[in-house]
Write a protein that binds this ligand. Structure first.
Ligand code: FES
Length: 170
């Protein structure tokens, strides 16, 4: 009888241990959320986005460390810029989606290739440069690394380091 109880307790302990381990993995590798338009995987501190299915001039909003991240595939008629993130033969704007004036989230006007901030009328072009109103600086570029067709947010790859050294990320 006593042995049986012990056995059951051991089993419960193992089951709980397994549950905790699974919970930990779940927290580290949360699956793609329904509102993510591009396939992405979130792990502690990193967001990996597969941009191979991105459509030109369609804004995708990802999430990284609690911040919205704009991912915009540039069309051929958009001016190339030193801040572009190059994946294969495509150019992307990858930027923190917070206005550099007071932190509102600008909306993308696809027909004008512009981001417009409703708070005080600030505007940014498709490369994230401020072009109108009070924003004092371009949209910030988060640390990133390009891996094949994926962009890993939160890791400083050589492309990001080069931009940072040139003073282009903020
Ligand atoms: S917060 Fe965007 S213009 Fe002021």
């Amino acid at each position: 009888m006593a042995d049986n109880t012990k056995g059951r307790r051991d089993f419960m302990g193992m089951a709980l241990g397994g549950f905790t381990a699974l919970g930990g993995i779940g927290a580290l590798y949360a699956m793609k959320r329904t509102w993510d338009p591009l396939p992405s995987v979130k792990a502690a501190g990193f967001t990996t986005i597969d941009v191979s299915a991105a459509q030109e001039n369609v804004l995708n909003v990802e999430k990284w460390r609690g911040k919205p991240i704009f991912v915009l595939k540039k069309s051929k008629d958009m001016k190339p810029d030193d801040r572009d993130v190059i994946v294969g033969s495509d150019r992307f704007l990858v930027a923190v989606g917070l206005c550099t004036h007071l932190g509102c989230i600008p909306a993308y006007a696809a027909d004008e290739h512009k981001f417009k901030c409703a708070c005080h009328g600030g505007e940014f072009d498709a490369s994230g440069h401020q072009i109108f109103g009070p924003p004092p600086s371009p949209l910030e570029i988060p640390p990133f690394k390009v891996e094949g067709t994926k962009v890993v947010l939160g890791e400083e790859g050589p492309e990001y380091k080069k931009m940072k050294e040139a003073g282009l990320t903020a």
